[in-house]
Design a protein around this ligand. Structure first.
Ligand SMILES: [Zn+2]
Length: 108
């Protein structure tokens, strides 16, 4: 995709994507937190299942449930945060800078 300055139609545009990175970071943290709470629940379910197989089963069941839940939550939160950040980029922040005339503008 090639950008053009809406004022002088110069194609020399610098784009910033701060909001997207911040959004992804926030989403990752939020997703991990959500994943951990979901993971604790699935860890308990795993432990309950593992209890049928004895003490080793309890440990394996709760561990794998916690790890899987945390990973899934973190990945989902990161994708969500990136989407949020991108829509912020597009609609709120003027993140494109014309290198010719210095005009800042959003994506059309
Ligand atoms: Zn310009």
């Amino acid at each position: 995709m090639s950008l053009q300055c809406p004022l002088c139609h110069s194609p020399k545009i610098a784009s910033f994507h701060h909001a997207m990175k911040v959004g992804a970071a926030i989403g990752t943290v939020g997703g991990v937190a959500r994943g951990v709470s979901a993971a604790l629940a699935s860890g308990q379910a795993g432990a309950a299942l593992g209890a049928l197989a004895g003490p080793v089963g309890i440990t394996l069941g709760s561990l794998s449930g916690t790890i899987l839940g945390g990973l899934a939550g973190g990945a989902g939160g990161c994708a969500l945060g990136a989407q949020l950040g991108e829509s912020l980029d597009r609609h709120v922040l003027a993140n494109n800078l014309c290198l010719l005339c210095g005009h800042r503008f959003n994506l059309a």
